[in-house]
Design a protein around this ligand. Structure first.
Ligand SMILES: Nc1ncnc2c1ncn2[C@@H]1O[C@H](COP(=O)(O)OP(=O)(O)OP(=O)(O)O)[C@@H](O)[C@H]1O
Ligand SMILES: [Mg+2]
Length: 228
C-alpha cells in the first residue's frame, strides 16, 4: 500500500540571479513499512527532497500526498499536527533539550500534544534501543550514539507512520554509526514504521531495502524499479 507519494515535485531556490532546481520534477511513491535510502553527492538535493516530502518546506510546484490526501489540502495548523502525530524526524544533530533528561526529551512530543504517554509502547521502544539505563541522565552526560538513540525514541514517541532521517549517523564514529543505523532499521521494522533515510554514505544506503539515487535534483536510479 502506498503511504506517501509525490508528483512532479519541484523545489527551486534563488541564488543571486540564478535559479537552482534543488528538486527537479520528481514523481515517486513509497510503500507502507518500507526502508528506503536516498543517496547522492553533496548538493544533489537529498535534504531538500526530504524537507518537501515531509512538509517541512513547501514545494515550488508539484504535489505530495500522504495516504492519498494532498498536503496542499492541509492548512498550517493541520500540517503541524500531521508532522507531530504521523511523522517522526531524526537529523544529524540530535537536537535534544539540554536541560531535560533523556526520558523527558522522549516524552516531549507527547506532552506537546497534551496526550498521556503509552508506557507499554514507550518501554518497548526504549528496550529495543537499549537506553533504559540512560533515561535519567542529561544529554551532556551521554555519548553521541546514546543521544541519537534518545532522539530516535523521541521521534517514535507519538507512533508515527513515517520516520524521516537526514544523515542520522553523520556525527557518529564508524562503530556507533553502524549500531545506531542497525537499531533504527530494527526498531522501524518491529513497529511497522516506514523509514525514509537520506545519506551520502553508500555503506549506510546499502542497509536499505530500496535505494534512490539523486543527482542534480533528479532521481537517476531506483533499485525497486530499475534505472529510470
Ligand atoms: N535554503 C536554500 N537557499 C538556497 N539554496 C539552497 C537552499 N537549500 C539548499 N539549497 C541549494 O539546493 C541544492 C541542494 O541542496 P541540499 O541541501 O538539498 O543537498 P544535499 O544533497 O542534502 O547535500 P549534502 O549531502 O551536502 O547535505 C544545493 O545547490 C544547495 O546549495
Ligand atoms: Mg543534506
Amino acid at each position: 500500500m502506498t503511504i506517501l507519494e509525490c508528483k512532479n515535485l519541484t523545489k527551486e531556490y534563488l541564488s543571486g540571479e540564478n535559479v537552482v532546481k534543488a528538486v527537479d520534477d520528481v514523481t515517486i511513491s513509497f510503500e507502507q513499512g518500507e526502508f528506503c535510502a536516498i543517496t547522492g553527492p553533496s548538493g544533489s538535493g537529498k535534504s531538500t527532497f526530504l524537507h518537501v516530502l515531509s512538509s517541512l518546506e513547501n514545494p515550488t510546484s508539484g504535489e505530495v500526498r500522504y495516504g492519498e490526501k494532498p498536503l496542499l489540502s492541509y492548512n498550517d495548523n493541520q500540517l503541524s499536527i500531521l508532522r507531530r502525530r504521523r511523522f517522526g524526524f531524526v537529523f544529524q544533530a540530535y537536537n535534544l533539550v539540554q536541560e531535560l533528561t533523556g526520558y523527558e526529551n522522549i516524552l516531549l512530543p507527547i506532552m506537546l500534544d497534551n496526550k498521556k504517554p503509552d508506557e507499554e509502547y514507550l518501554n518497548k521502544v526504549i528496550d529495543i534501543l537499549g537506553i533504559e539505563d540512560r533515561l535519567h541522565h542529561l544529554p551532556s552526560a551521554l555519548s553521541g550514539g546514546q543521544q541519537q538513540r534518545i532522539a530516535i525514541a523521541r521521534a517514535l514517541a507519538n507512533r508515527p507512520s513515517i520516520l524521516f532521517a537526514d544523515e542520522p549517523t553523520g556525527n557518529l564514529d564508524g562503530k556507533s554509526g553502524r549500531e545506531v543505523l542497525s537499531l533504527l532499521k530494527y526498531v522501524s521494522k518491529q513497529l511497522g514504521v516506514t523509514l525514509i533515510l537520506v545519506t551520502h554514505d553508500l555503506h549506510v544506503a546499502e542497509q536499505a531495502e530500496r535505494i534512490l539515487t539523486i543527482e542534480d535534483g533528479k532521481i537517476v536510479k531506483d533499485t525497486k524499479n530499475g534505472v529510470i
